[in-house]
Design a protein around this ligand. Structure first.
Ligand code: COS
Length: 381
């Protein structure tokens, strides 16, 4: 049986994350979004407070929090600003394959770096011609003497411009489809090139870049897991991180719903606050349900992981429902504001722009449905 009663430690952690979101993130969120400001100040503070790298095990200097703990933090952080939130939480994506498959030596070195200083790591899977279709990637890793040599380009890489190291997926057997992909840890100083900084619609305080690996050489022991087993490692990573995206989506939806509620109590039309009109009440009620169910689906997917169970289906349920709900709730929040919702001064429009990427990154809404269909039509034995 799953019980979502939070422990005293979890309640204290949620309060601390909320406090950070309210006092440190919100005061700068709209300005950083407008200017696309890199939030180094907030990275430093969040790292200091232990709000980053929640899944680095304690033996490698991390906080070793549970997946549920991580989601509790992520909802609050995204409530503050999901752009800055993506910056703060994205180490989780790069860390996961390392925790799952790297040697003790590599874990000590690279997870250790994140524990010792407020550094970032990036997860490099997507390529210009290989987004949803992971096995279509063209980046290669070839063994040359005592080195792996990596060649290729990865796009839409979160924190790419600032990362200290990269988890890179590359073809080690070009003719073997998904069974010819391997995973590597690549330090930035191995010759990585940052090619392109993207100018985005939303989550503008997060960094998104194209990263190129031109004949980048790394030692043989930088292979993560077994050679040609990288595809499964990438899928297992996404099973672990999609609940975090669902938690962020819950935070964005909650922020939009709260803004809409507050405004509906102030704005008077036809002689009464618009919150008194049933048309608005029904919008607010649907928002409340979506926030509530998004959180439950998120907690469920994370708790299964904490119990050591496979959560592929529940992870996709949570990511799909929470991301679609965040987009719907943010759009409806703008609707509650009427014409003012379309004006930047009223701030709610940022949430609508920010929500969109939640339906795209870490697997589109359609990929989540594909996973859900496969897992339910042809359940694994
Ligand atoms: N955990 C462990 N193994 C998994 C797995 C999971 N969650 N999902 C798939 N696998 C395994 C399968 O069992 C299969 O194993 P075998 O080689 O033993 O047969 C193998 O991986 C291939 O699986 P499948 O046939 O389902 O692969 P597809 O090429 O059809 O791809 C999708 C499946 C589309 C679901 C996958 O490519 C995907 O998630 N794409 C989206 C990628 C994404 O999220 N990108 C965002 C980048 S990060 S910002």
């Amino acid at each position: 049986m799953i019980d979502f009663t939070l422990t005293d430690e979890q309640l204290a952690m949620r309060e601390m994350a909320h406090d950070f979101a309210e006092k440190e993130m919100r005061p700068v969120a709209w300005e950083y979004d407008r200017d696309g400001t890199w939030p180094q100040d907030l990275i430093d503070k969040a790292w200091e407070l232990g709000l980053m790298n929640s899944h680095v095990p304690e033996e490698y200097g991390g906080t070793g929090l549970s997946y549920l703990d991580g989601c509790i933090i992520e909802e609050e952080i995204a409530w503050g600003c999901s752009g800055i939130g993506t910056t703060l939480t994205c180490n989780g994506l790069a860390i996961a394959p390392v925790v799952l498959g790297a040697s003790d030596e590599i874990k000590k070195e690279y997870l250790g770096r994140l524990s010792e200083a407020p550094l970032l790591a990036s997860f490099c899977l997507t390529e210009p011609d290989a987004g949803s279709d992971v096995s279509g990637m063209k980046t290669t890793a070839t063994k040359r003497g005592d080195r792996w040599v990596i060649n290729g380009s990865k796009c839409f890489i979160t924190n790419g411009e600032y990362a200290d190291w990269y988890t890179v997926f590359a073809k080690t057997d070009k003719d073997a489809g998904h069974r010819g992909i391997s995973c590597f840890v690549v330090p930035r100083d191995a010759g990585v090139i940052v090619d392109k900084h993207e100018d985005k619609m939303g989550q503008r305080a997060s960094n998104t870049a194209t990263i190129t690996f031109p004949d980048v050489e790394i030692p043989l022991n930088h292979l993560v897991g077994e050679e040609n087993h990288g595809f499964k490692l990438s899928m297992m990573t996404l099973d672990r991180t999609r609940p975090g995206v669902a938690a962020m989506a819950t935070g964005v939806a909650r922020a939009a719903w709260e803004m809409a509620m507050e405004y509906s109590k102030q704005r008077v039309q036809f002689g009464v606050p618009i919150a008194m009109h049933q048309g608005i009440q029904f919008l607010l009620a649907d928002m409340a349900t979506k926030v509530h169910l998004s959180r439950l689906a998120t907690y469920n997917a994370a708790t299964l992981l904490d119990q050591g169970k496979r959560n592929t289906l529940e992870s996709s349920h949570a990511k799909r429902f929470a991301a679609d709900s965040a987009m719907e709730v943010a759009t409806d929040a703008v609707q509650v504001f009427g014409g003012y919702g379309f004006i930047k001064e009223y701030k709610v429009e940022k949430l609508m722009r920010d929500a969109k990427i939640l339906q795209l990154y870490e697997g589109t809404a359609q990929i989540q449905r594909l996973v859900i269909a496969r897992e339910t039509l042809l359940p694994r034995q």
